[in-house]
Each structure stands twice: as structure tokens, then as C-alpha cells.
Design a protein. Structure first.
Lengths: 85, 575
């Protein structure tokens, strides 16, 4: 399992379209993906979970990946959260 | 007997036709214990697959008919059906609680729906409707019930429903649907947006239309007035048919004017711009051929949330509007909040007299962090188009000077940080306080432009709250006192080579336009739907002739006299 603390850089946070892109990318890995915000755990492959967590720009979250491709997953998803496409 | 129902005007036009009642009420879900949970799980899986196939079909069709943006709604629905938190939880429920798939699906979906419904952001609350829509699709496959949207229609109909979901409207056969009437919803609900993009009349938010109308009854839908007549008399039908023909003819004439400049008959150009409340309004603005945005109210960025918007969020919104307007002028008004418009996260005390209280520029000059954040976002956006910054509720020159100084400070500090301003931008004020109108000649030395905010100017001049029904009669746009103030502002500005716009309701009022044109108003900013009628009216009038009437109008003693005079003149123009 790998994890990393990240400050969200996306200008609209994980809202609508960015949430969909995040979930699509998370789903493309076999590892389990989790987002932790204020001790609340969200499944990174769940569109409803990710949207409902209302993660905004500037929020500090922990990104966790657990599985055979965890290192690649963590790197790719972190990049996505740091800045707009 | 004919009955009249009123609602919210969601899409203009008139249509007469038969009602088709869409019964999209909730499915009745029963909870049943099952023995073979394996079979139940596969039943759930199959329904899920069928629902996904539906959505793929719909999204492809919608993509072709309406474009990517509309199709994205259904791609989002697909993602919901692939959400492991939904699918796995339903399966676990079937296995552990030995319940039927319908019940499990309904319960799990309901927990997500209420989660989204409770969020304090409107966008998120609307997502609850998406989850409900997609859930219903799965349930209908599980229960073997056809969703009641008839995709095959034979006759032209007016759809009457409690509400219309994206799935409903996507499945309707557009060739036969001539109008919508719904019980719930407002101008920005899905059914309203859809009706406008299909170009058919719609009235929404009628509350009890589905109870009042029987299937097959004749309806008249008047999307201009937000009225529906159920079972109209022959006389009513005849009257509306006549209106319909006139409107269709009008619409054709207006359509010719979309890409043209606004010119008076004697060759003077004035600018017709639109008032907007959010970047979402831009489609309407462009479709109606606006020559600019004369008022962008920035309050929406601050409302419906629990903290101040960041500089970045604001910058994105301003940039989007400037870019979409593609070099056309965009007047952005700084925050006009306080008084009666509260923000939960700004702890403002209740006031006895909110319209005369701590609001708009008064609040911004006091809460400078908030003001500076907005100014920086505006300054950053300035390089993306033709920006004009406007301060609201200016009463005195000192206020304008202070606001301008804060703006200059932010500009300087951004330049020190290396920001390069590539586009000049104007800085002006909204004239809505009689004191500012009286002192327009002094302001004209320092501002780049004026925009007259008539809604407040009228109520401050006549000291009448227009929301108070008992004094609403005093809200008189054509009162000579108001007209004299307006003329004074225009003359003072022109004497110093500055331009004057107007961004209140009055700017789009067909009786006021001839007066304002004659006075030499340079820019008229109104709701998008008023632009083409106004352009047509102006094209039929000579500005120089109207200017000759100005003195006479200003020497009249009552609002009624002015109105009668202009209407008589207008009747001559029509012939």
C-alpha cells in the first residue's frame, strides 16, 4: 500500500467533469483507490462517492493506492489532482 | 369550461394542441424475501446491463440530435450504473438480507439520493435527480414495466408531466412534441432548458397541471406570459391562433436581425447588450445577437455556498464570459450584496432599511479582503477580452475614488509580481442613487463610463419600494423626474466624451426606448429575449426626430402624459 498527502490544485476541485475523469482513471487500475478527507474514506472508483465528498481546491486529502499497480496509480492520480488539464 | 393556469414562462411561443399526460410517478416498490439469492443477483445484473444498453443507445442518438453536451448527461448516468459503491452494495444487500433486487436497489439508491439532496450546493442537489432517473431505469427493467415515455407518437401533442427528466425528454419523438407543461421547475430546470433548445413553448412550475388536465384535452400554452388554458373556448382558440401567426411572423423578422448592428433609421448606431447572472446565460445572449454584455451580476458566484469564492474560481468565470463574447464589451459589476441579499457566511446584521443600508460598494470598501480578491480576479481576466469594471451603489465621489484606488493598488502589486496587462479596460459606475445622477458632471471627469441602474434609481427617486404592493403605483419609469435625471447623466457624460449605458428593466421597455434613443443613450442592456424586438423598433425610428421630442417630454408634468405621448408616436411608427 502506498499513500500520499495532497493539496488539491484543481481550480474547481473534484467537481462534475474532473470527478468523472478521476474515477475513469482510477478504474483503469486494478489497485484499490481511496481518498481520505477529514478522516472520511471515499472509494476512488465510485463516481457518487467522489462527487459527494465535495473535495475543493486547497483541501488537504490523503490519496491511497493498494494493489499490484499501486505505484503507477498513485503517480497518475496525484498528477491529476494537482493541476487542471 | 375553459380554465386558466399560470406558471413560470420557460420558453417563448404559443402552441395549441392535445395534452399527453406523462405518468412518470414513482414506481411502487415492494420488499419480498427471496430464497435463491444467486438467481436474484443475476436478475439484478441483467437489469443493470439492459439499462446500460438503453443509455448507450440514448447517448448516441442524443449526441447526433443535440450534441455532446446533452449526451454527456447520459454518459454520467452510465458511470452511476458502474459505480462499485452502488452495484456491490446492492448485491451485498440481496445476499445478506435475502431481499428482492428491486427493494435492494431502491434502498441503496435512496441513500445516495438523500445524500445529494442534503448538500447545500444547487448543482449537487440536481444530481439527486440524475440518480433518481437512472435508478428508475434499472427498476423498470427489473419489474418489466415500460417507462411511460412514448417514443412512438402519431400526433402532435403537448407533454404534461410532473417534471421531465433528461431520460424523458431524450426519448420523446421530437417531431411530434409541440410544447411542455410541468408541475414543478423553474427557468433553469432541465425541462425549461430543453424546451428552449428545441424552440418549443413551455410553461413550468404550474404546481397542479397534472391534476387539472385530462389526457387528450385541448391546451393553449402561452410561453410568453406563462399561461396555460385548459379546454379553451372557440373564441380563445381563434384569438391565440391569430397571436401565433403574428408571433411566427415576428420571429422570422427578428431572426433576420441576429447578426446585424443596431442602427436607427437615420443611421445612428446604438449598442444593444444583455444582462446576465452567470456564464450559463451566454448561449441565450449569443443566440439573440447581443452586441455585448452590459451587466454581469457577479452575485451568483457568492450565493448558494458556505464560503467566499476563491480568486481562481472567479477568474475562471470572468474569463469564460470574456472569451465567449469574443472581443465584444463585457461590463462586470463588482459584488452587490448586503441589505436584503444575505450571504450566510458573511455575518451581516439585520437592518431596518436594507435598501438604504450597508450594501454593495459600501460593504466592499469596508470588507477589503473580499473586494480585493474580486478585483484581482477581474484584473487577471482583463487580458482575455474587452472588460469594463463597474462599481455599484456609488453615492459620492469619495467612494468612487477609494474603490478606484484599491483597484490601482491591486493592479500595481500584480505588475510588481510580473503580470503584464495587455488590454486596456475601462472603469465606471452604476448610477442608481439620485445624488450620483445630480453630480454626474463631476463624476464625468473621473469615470470612463456610466451605466444607469433604473430599477433602484426609480425607487430612490420616488421613495417607493417596488416590492411593496401598496406603493407599487409610485414605481414610475416614465416619471419626468426620473427622465430628467437620466437626461442629466447623458448630457454630463457626453460633454466629457464619456459613454452612457442603461442596465435596468427600463432599457428593454419598448415605450422607454424611443425616449432614451432621443436623449442619446449609447448602450441599452436588457434581458436577452428583449434584444431583437428592441433592435427592430430602433431600426424603424429616426434618432434625430426622437431628439426633437425630448424637450417636450421633459416639460410634461406626469408619467401618464409621457406614456400617452410616446404610445401615440409609436402607433404612427407602426403604420
Amino acid at each position: 500500500m502506498v499513500e500520499k498527502k495532497i493539496v488539491i490544485g484543481l481550480s474547481h476541485g473534484l467537481h462534475a467533469r474532473p470527478a468523472a475523469s478521476f474515477v475513469k482513471m482510477a478504474t483503469s487500475f486494478t489497485s484499490e483507490i481511496k481518498l481520505v478527507k477529514n478522516d472520511k474514506n471515499v472509494n476512488g472508483k465510485s463516481i457518487m462517492g467522489v462527487m459527494a465528498s465535495a473535495i475543493a481546491k486547497g483541501d488537504e486529502i490523503t490519496l491511497i493506492a493498494d494493489g499490484s499497480d499501486e505505484v503507477e496509480a498513485l503517480a497518475a492520480l496525484e498528477k491529476m489532482l494537482l493541476e487542471d488539464e | 369550461m375553459s380554465r386558466k393556469i399560470t406558471g413560470v414562462k420557460a420558453s417563448a411561443g404559443i402552441v395549441i394542441g392535445k395534452a399527453l399526460l406523462l405518468d412518470n410517478s414513482d414506481l411502487h416498490i415492494q420488499s419480498v424475501l427471496v430464497e435463491d439469492t444467486g438467481a436474484e443477483t443475476s436478475r439484478f445484473r441483467e437489469a443493470l446491463e439492459k439499462a446500460k444498453e438503453d443509455l448507450l443507445d440514448i447517448s448516441e442518438r442524443v449526441e447526433q440530435e443535440l450534441g455532446t453536451e446533452h449526451a454527456d448527461i447520459f454518459r454520467a448516468h452510465l458511470m452511476v450504473l458502474e459505480d462499485p459503491e452502488l452495484v456491490d452494495t446492492v448485491q451485498a444487500k440481496i445476499e445478506q438480507e435475502k431481499v428482492n433486487a428491486e427493494h435492494a436497489m431502491h434502498e441503496v439508491a435512496q441513500s445516495f439520493i438523500s445524500l445529494f439532496e442534503q448538500m447545500d450546493n444547487e448543482y449537487m442537489r440536481e444530481r439527486a435527480a440524475d440518480i433518481r432517473d437512472v435508478t428508475k431505469r434499472v427498476l423498470s427493467h427489473l419489474m418489466g414495466v415500460e417507462l411511460s415515455v412514448p417514443s412512438q407518437l402519431q400526433d402532435e401533442v403537448i407533454i404534461v408531466a410532473k417534471d421531465l427528466t433528461p431520460s424523458d425528454t431524450a426519448q420523446l419523438d421530437r417531431r411530434f412534441v409541440k410544447g411542455f407543461v410541468t408541475d414543478i421547475g423553474g427557468r433553469t430546470s432541465h425541462s425549461a432548458i430543453m424546451a428552449r433548445s428545441m424552440g418549443i413553448p413551455a410553461v413550468v412550475g404550474t404546481r397542479d397541471m397534472t391534476r387539472e388536465a385530462q389526457a387528450g384535452v385541448t391546451l393553449i400554452v402561452d410561453g410568453h406570459e406563462g399561461i396555460v388554458i385548459i379546454d379553451p373556448s372557440e373564441k380563445e382558440i381563434a384569438a391565440y391562433q391569430e397571436q401565433q401567426i403574428l408571433y411566427d411572423k415576428q420571429k422570422e423578422e427578428w431572426a433576420q436581425l441576429v447578426g446585424t448592428k443596431t442602427m436607427s433609421r437615420d443611421g445612428h448606431h446604438v449598442e444593444l447588450a444583455a444582462n446576465i447572472g452567470s456564464p450559463l446565460d451566454l448561449d441565450d445572449v449569443l443566440a439573440n445577437g447581443a452586441e455585448g454584455v452590459g451587466l454581469f451580476r457577479t452575485e451568483f458566484l457568492y450565493m448558494g455556498r458556505d464560503e467566499l469564492p476563491t480568486e481562481e474560481e472567479q477568474f475562471q468565470a470572468y474569463k469564460q464570459v470574456l472569451e465567449q463574447m469574443d472581443g465584444k464589451p463585457v461590463v462586470i459589476r463588482t459584488l452587490d450584496i448586503g441589505g436584503d441579499k444575505h450571504l450566510p457566511y458573511l455575518d451581516l446584521p439585520e437592518e431596518m432599511n436594507p435598501f438604504l443600508g450597508f450594501r454593495a460598494i459600501r460593504l466592499c470598501l469596508d470588507n477589503q479582503d473580499l473586494f480585493r480578491t474580486q478585483l484581482r480576479a477581474l484584473l487577471r481576466a482583463s487580458v482575455h477580452g474587452n472588460l469594463k469594471i463597474m462599481f455599484p451603489m456609488i453615492a459620492t465621489l469619495e467612494e468612487f475614488r477609494q474603490a478606484k484606488a484599491v483597484l490601482e493598488e491591486e493592479k500595481q502589486s500584480m505588475q510588481d509580481e510580473g503580470f503584464v496587462f495587455t488590454q486596456p479596460f475601462e472603469v465606471g459606475i452604476m448610477v442608481e442613487i439620485p445624488a450620483a445622477a445630480m453630480m454626474a458632471d463631476m463624476f464625468a471627469n473621473e469615470v470612463d463610463f456610466f451605466s444607469i441602474g433604473t430599477n433602484d434609481l426609480i425607487q430612490y427617486t420616488l421613495a417607493a419600494d417596488r416590492m411593496n404592493e401598496r406603493v407599487a403605483y409610485l414605481y414610475q419609469p416614465y416619471h419626468p423626474a426620473v427622465l430628467r435625471l437620466i437626461r442629466q447623466v447623458i448630457e454630463a457624460a457626453h460633454a466629457k466624451g464619456k459613454w452612457v449605458g442603461m442596465c435596468g428593466e427600463m432599457a428593454g421597455d419598448l415605450v422607454a426606448i424611443p425616449i432614451l434613443l432621443g436623449m442619446g443613450l449609447d448602450e441599452f442592456s436588457m434581458s436577452a429575449s428583449s434584444i431583437l424586438p428592441a433592435r427592430q423598433l430602433i431600426s424603424r425610428m429616426s434618432r434625430d426626430e426622437k431628439a426633437k421630442d425630448t424637450e417636450q417630454i421633459l416639460s410634461m408634468s406626469t408619467s401618464q402624459q409621457v406614456e400617452d405621448f410616446v404610445k401615440t408616436q409609436l402607433a404612427k411608427t407602426d403604420n
